[in-house]
Design a protein around this ligand. Structure first.
Ligand SMILES: *Cc1c(COP(=O)(O)O)cnc(C)c1O
Length: 458
């Protein structure tokens, strides 16, 4: 293959008289470029990015209304860490996590502790760090070793937990998913936990299938373990997607601080929180769950304010967008928006089931996300990677990928329904899936399978 050109060719129509029409790609140019030309180059380079509206692979929000865009453009210079310069943004951050603590039934949202983050990954790291530090304090106080911490979770966790374990030197203990236990439910948990277990992760909205892990059942299994062995093991709920769905669509499901063993919960505001990328939240049941020695202070109106974060500088605008949505939508608005997504998920899931060759893994009744597999023995001529390719050629991004251990021989395909995928657009997608399935089913010999690789699934 020829090497990618070292230069970007600027269309002479955009370059101004006398301006260079070649811009170096990998080195800093010697001279300046007119702002109009530079804008056009960057604008054109990103034209090949996909159409976010047809991207059914991502959980991350891609649309906000005009007022949100106005707020965003008024506030994208605000630095979240600079609480002294932007005290009102700092105050609004606090309103937001208190609202969320209340949504998640914290016993005392007024006196608990939480923070915004850049996303769920950072929020999960902070939840995991609190577990590790608490465990270390307890072990040291008892004169015991702190050499070998471990964290127990499903093999279907999002990659941020693998990162947490890698970066902070905690042994990950994965409970495999199986045909009998397709998600982590506390089954045989006693085999995985011991005195070195800093905590257990439960996921509200498994990225592979959209299913909620039963937090209360996992907690009950840990209660039984505590009774038998004395280990008091806390739960962090990674509610990256479900944290902003369950309070509205499944208000009676006790998955949050109503379950005593849940110490902390995190969510991605840029998923079903409906904010542009760059915001997550983490909240603890009470300040006792967050060791004080993890907290730093920054100056704030001549005084000081506690902060807990991996980053220092970070955009503050998304926090304002979250508060805007809380005011604009309220309970009823969030419920209506999430219900609309769930209705579309049900429509698509059952429409896909009716085509014939597919078997559903859920129908979007937890978060509006569902996956399906090809029925055993349907065909040897094609697989879901081929269907994914055919749909991609029509602009739709519907990824196929293997399930995690121990089901990695099962290939599934998934749709994430987000706000913006209307019923009308969904019916066009269903037509496309029907037509491409019919095309593949007419093949008289197998499609090549070399070079097939999973799509982006998180
Ligand atoms: C998306 C996701 C994450 C990571 O969230 P970011 O906000 O992208 O950092 C973690 N856990 C689960 C279950 C997720 O769905």
């Amino acid at each position: 293959m020829p090497k990618k050109s070292e230069f970007i060719h600027v269309n002479p129509l955009f370059a101004r008289p006398g301006e260079d029409t070649l811009a170096p790609r990998y080195t800093l140019g010697a001279g300046q470029m007119l702002p109009e030309t530079a804008y056009q180059v960057v604008h054109d380079e990103t034209m090949l990015d996909g159409n976010a509206r047809l991207n059914l692979a991502t959980f991350v929000g891609t649309w906000m209304d005009d007022q949100a865009s106005r707020l965003y453009s008024e506030s994208f210079d605000k630095n979240m860490i600079d609480k002294d310069e932007y005290p009102q943004t700092a105050a609004i951050e606090e309103y937001c996590w208190k609202i969320i603590a209340d949504l998640w039934h914290a016993p005392s949202p007024e006196t608990t502790i939480g923070t915004s983050t850049i996303g769920s990954s950072e929020a999960c790291m902070l939840g995991g760090l609190a577990f590790k530090r608490r465990w270390q304090h307890a072990r040291r106080a008892a004169g015991l070793s702190t050499e070998k911490p471990n964290l127990v979770m499903s093999s279907a966790v999002q990659v941020c937990w693998e990162k947490f374990c890698n970066y902070w030197e905690v042994e990950p203990r994965y409970v495999p998913v199986t045909e009998e236990h397709p998600f982590f439910d506390g089954h045989e948990l006693g085999k995985y936990v011991d005195e070195n277990t800093i905590g257990v992760v439960a996921i509200m909205g498994v990225t592979y299938t959209g299913a909620y892990e039963p937090v209360a059942e996992i907690a009950a299994a840990l209660d039984a373990i505590q009774e038998a062995s004395g280990y008091d093991i806390p739960i962090h709920v990674d509610a990256a997607s479900g944290g902003m769905v369950a309070p509205f669509l499944q208000p009676d499901l006790a998955w949050d601080f109503r379950v005593e063993r849940v110490h902390s919960i995190s969510t991605s505001a840029h998923k079903y929180g409906l904010v542009y990328p760059g915001l997550g939240w983490v909240v603890w049941r009470s300040p006792q769950m967050l060791p004080e020695d993890l907290i730093f202070t920054v100056s704030y109106l001549g005084g000081s304010m506690p902060t807990l974060a991996l980053n220092f500088s970070r955009p503050g605008a998304q926090v304002l967008l979250q508060y805007y949505l809380f005011l604009r939508l309220g309970h009823d608005g969030y419920r209506a928006v999430q219900q609309a997504s769930q209705d579309v998920a049900h429509y698509l899931a059952h429409g896909i089931e009716e085509i014939g060759p597919f078997e559903l893994l859920g129908d979007g009744s937890d978060i509006p996300v569902f996956a399906w597999r090809l029925k055993d023995g349907h065909t040897d001529n094609w697989n879901l990677f081929h269907l994914s390719d055919r749909l991609r050629s029509r602009g739709w991004l519907v990824p196929a990928y293997p399930m995690p251990d121990d089901m990695s021989d099962v290939i599934v395909q998934r749709i994430v329904v987000r706000n913006g995928l209307s019923l009308d657009l969904a019916s066009k997608l269903l037509d496309a899936i029907q037509e491409e399935t019919a095309y593949l089913d007419k093949l008289e010999s197998p499609m090549p399978v070399e070079g097939q690789h999973p799509g982006f699934t998180h």
